[in-house]
Design a protein around this ligand. Structure first.
Ligand SMILES: [Zn+2]
Ligand SMILES: [Zn+2]
Length: 363
């Protein structure tokens, strides 16, 4: 880390990747951010992963009621290097490598005070309109939302902490105990990470389900003990086949939907055991036909999961540092900042698991 002490923030570019409107992106050298409070740090962004939500803003200009009305910098899955610290910051110093948690609650509302800051109505979240994202050179942030990476964790792995924290939060909702069986619907990045986190929580059977065989090949190698390709049959029949395949005739202790797809959600309710837990992590259509009778008759505990809260980033860093979740294996490619648009297209076409974009100051 010989270069750490030589970082001169004045020499760094703040080139940013901006979504102007649907399918219209540009690069622009934006004014450099500065520390706004003595508790803030300024971070040079080293790597940023592309998320499904970034792609959705690019192709649709909106997610639910979040609508892109002004040009917005994309990106929120980042790791970087601290280049300046506010006067009151004691836990971080210049040169520290950090994973960036990209959303800040107001710290004052009922949800924030109850420790559920992910549900804060005044949340400021990167690349969620009207707020800019992290595909930029420099990022100013509260120091307590920047998590120092141990020496054994690289900055590229650091950029994977955000989706891993999403998975950690989902798996916490599922309250998995050692020896239990877990079915994860969807083998995209978050589904794969949920499978790995469930395994690290002690699940002995982890079944990954998807419609694409190649994704399941990755799942099998990454964390899943069993994989199942969804067939064009009824949700009940898919559920029966999943349970038979995994040897869990009474149903899974927990089912996580990381797909948001209606047939997967329907199958989930037939896969879960009596008294089991079902967690909705994936986001798809706002309204679907839901097998509510199965939920009722089996007394299923159903939970939603949104982003991440207290302790999730710390645990995600720990899971990577301890080698329990090998996030490197999900990084398909790392591209230069100037290749951002091409990288988005690859993600859009579904050719890759996770693409990282190097920061504009990364050489
Ligand atoms: Zn994301
Ligand atoms: Zn709040």
């Amino acid at each position: 880390m010989a270069t750490q002490t030589t970082i001169n923030k004045d020499e760094l570019s703040n080139l940013s990747f901006i979504l102007n409107k649907v399918n219209d992106v540009t690069f622009e050298e934006r004014p450099k951010p500065s520390i706004q409070s003595p508790h803030d740090v300024l971070v040079a962004v080293n790597y940023t992963g592309i998320c499904g939500s970034d792609v959705h803003y690019l192709t649709h200009g909106a997610i639910g009621h979040f609508v892109v009305k002004e040009p917005m910098v994309l990106g929120h899955e980042s790791a970087g290097t601290v280049v300046e610290v506010g006067a009151e910051v004691t836990d971080l110093k210049v040169g520290d490598r950090v994973a960036l948690e990209p959303g800040y609650g107001c710290r004052r509302c009922g949800n924030c005070r109850a420790g559920k800051y992910n549900l804060c109505p005044k949340m400021i979240f990167a690349a969620t309109p009207p707020y800019h994202g992290t595909l930029t050179g420099l990022w100013a942030a509260p120091a307590d939302y920047c998590y120092k990476l141990p020496d054994s964790v690289s900055l590229q792995e650091g950029a994977m902490i955000e989706p891993l924290a999403v998975a950690v939060h989902i798996v916490k909702q599922a309250t998995i105990k050692p020896g239990q069986s877990v079915v994860v619907m969807g083998a995209g990045p978050v589904g794969l990470l949920c499978a790995a986190v469930a395994k690290s929580y002690g699940a002995s059977k982890v079944v990954s389900v998807d419609i694409i065989q190649s994704k399941l090949d990755v799942a099998r190698e990454f964390a899943a003990t069993h994989t199942y390709v969804s067939q064009r049959i009824s949700p009940e029949d898919n559920a029966k086949a999943i349970l038979e395949l995994a040897g869990i005739p009474n149903g899974a202790d927990a089912v996580i939907d990381a797909s948001g797809a209606e047939p997967s959600i329907q199958t989930s309710l037939h896969v879960v055991r009596t008294g089991g837990t079902y967690v909705q992590g994936g986001m798809g259509k706002s309204d679907i036909t839901f097998p509510i009778m199965a939920l009722c008759l089996k007394e299923v505990t159903a939970r939603g999961s949104f982003r991440y809260g207290p302790g999730d980033y710390e645990l995600a860093v720990e899971l990577v540092a301890s080698g329990k979740v090998d996030v490197k294996r999900l990084i398909s490619e790392v591209v230069d900042f100037k290749q951002a648009e091409q990288a988005f297209n690859k993600v859009k076409e579904g050719q890759v698991i996770k693409v990282l974009i190097a920061g504009p100051n990364e050489k």
